[in-house]
Design a protein around this ligand. Structure first.
Ligand SMILES: NC(=O)c1ccc[n+]([C@@H]2O[C@H](COP(=O)([O-])OP(=O)(O)OC[C@H]3O[C@@H](n4cnc5c(N)ncnc54)[C@H](OP(=O)(O)O)[C@@H]3O)[C@@H](O)[C@H]2O)c1
Length: 414
């Protein structure tokens, strides 16, 4: 009998318990092992007085660990006390499965070391892309490849908001409210809309893909909170919509890693990903482009990924133990390839700004204020040899003209 201790019984935890129960018989038949949930840790036991698992529910971690436990499933969230509980579980030689990207982005390397020192496994497939089996695909199925790049939509909340803005012409605030009403966005959406959630996931996926430790705090994250309906109008004029992309690329020995709104062609593989869906486009040197897409969150999709980790541990498929024992990556913050950019600059001296833009870039198309909300705005599409050229242009303009705002959105030619 395999005993599974649950830490957390909210959206994800209750989904895992459901899958453990619905798959029990299959495990007995296929592998001759039984599965059961031994204990469930929650914060507020009283909430569960009428729950059918009430006898297993406790608010004491020590009580959870007193039982005969084989696998600890952490679905509580947050870094503390999750870190202490996961560490104690690993040190007690229990395997751990977690969906917690905050925990893995912050302490993944340390916890993997502890797991390896204790001969147990720490698995975290659900921490990136919810139900999409992306980490295992990178570490197992694409093992013969050097991964050149990852381009991904890793946050369902922001993709939902951007989809509503693009498809239904909603403003940012209205789209955020719609996402909150449907439970896609939390009451405090800042981690999602500021791109921090995606940055944490990008750090985990990049560390695995590029075999260099990418600290999420070194990733430049620009959110979607300043994207407005004019941005979408300009994007549409170029045959694009706007997605919050997490991009990781190997550039010589460095890793370029950034989260930011990007204009992508409407009919491209990433441009077609709608609403709360996530997608990851991986470019390997042998396989070429491979696309993974699916539900990046939600009770059963996330539980599906966690249950697969549980099953792997039970089947003892430890061919490629996960380790983050890589060198720390030097993280580049500026896109180094030639690209087109939408620039929206607010200033009192439009003429001078236009002149500066035309001097700085060989290709510069100034829009004739089509949408005219801001009479003080210069809008242009420029072609720049790299992002640094945009930044140099910006500081050149700032030296001679007062700028109220400088917004840049890259256009991804795919
Ligand atoms: N929701 C998703 O779609 C999704 C997708 C991918 C990954 N994840 C990750 O999965 C994890 C769980 O998310 P969730 O949405 O399931 O959260 P949730 O619905 O808020 O559930 C959290 C559960 O953990 C318990 N808990 C929290 N802090 C605790 C503490 N200090 N001691 C004991 N129990 C505690 C809560 O107990 P009470 O019930 O008593 O409050 C609750 O049962 C997070 O790391 C999240 O990032 C979630």
């Amino acid at each position: 009998m395999v005993n599974i201790a649950m830490l957390g019984y909210g959206t994800v935890g209750s989904g895992v318990v459901e899958l453990v129960n619905s798959n029990k018989d299959r495990f007995v038949k296929g592998m001759n092992v039984g599965l059961q949930v031994s204990k469930i840790l929650v914060r507020d036991v009283d909430k569960y007085n009428k729950n059918k698992y009430r006898a297993k529910i406790t608010d004491s971690f020590d009580e959870v660990m007193k039982e005969n436990v084989d696998i600890v499933v952490e679905a509580m969230g947050g870094v503390y006390p999750s870190y202490d509980y996961v560490k104690r579980a690993l040190e007690s030689k229990k395997h751990v499965v977690t969906a917690n990207k905050d925990l893995i982005a912050e302490h993944g390397a340390k916890l993997l070391d502890i797991a390896n020192a204790n001969g147990v496994e720490l698995r975290f497939e659900a921490s990136v892309g919810g139900g999409i089996p992306i980490l295992k695909s990178i570490s197992d199925c694409l093992i013969g490849n050097n991964i050149n790049s990852i381009k991904a939509i890793l946050n369902g909340t922001t993709n939902y908001i951007l989809s509503k803005m693009n498809d239904e012409g909603m403003g940012y605030d209205e789209a955020l409210k719609a996402a909150q009403a449907l439970g896609f966005a939390e009451a405090d959406p800042s981690s999602d809309v500021l791109g921090l959630d995606a940055a944490r996931k990008l750090s985990i996926i990049s560390t695995m893909a590029f075999k260099k430790k990418v600290n999420w705090k070194n990733i430049n994250a620009t959110g979607i909170n300043e994207i407005d309906s004019d941005d979408f109008r300009y994007a549409k004029g170029e045959g694009c919509n706007i997605k919050l992309l997490a991009i990781g690329r190997m550039v010589d020995e460095n890793v370029y890693a950034t989260v930011s709104p990007v204009m992508v062609k409407q009919n491209s593989s990433l441009g077609r990903i709608q609403n709360e869906y996530n997608a990851v486009l991986v470019e390997g040197d042998a396989v070429g482009d491979v696309m993974f897409s699916g539900k990046g969150a939600g009770m059963m999709p996330t539980a599906s990924a966690m249950f697969a980790d549980i099953a792997d541990i039970i089947q003892n498929r430890k061919e490629n133990p996960m380790m983050f024992d890589y060198d720390v990556a030097c993280v580049d913050k500026f896109w180094e390839k030639e690209s087109r950019w939408l620039l929206r600059i607010r200033t009192d001296n439009r003429i001078k700004v236009m002149r500066k833009l035309c001097e700085a870039f060989s290709s510069c198309r100034v829009m004739a204020g089509e949408f005219g909300e801001h009479g003080d705005e210069v809008t242009a599409i420029v072609k720049a040899k790299n992002e640094l050229a945009i930044e140099e242009c910006r500081s050149g303009i700032e030296k001679s003209v007062e700028l109220r705002k400088f917004k840049k959105i890259m256009m991804m030619e795919e």
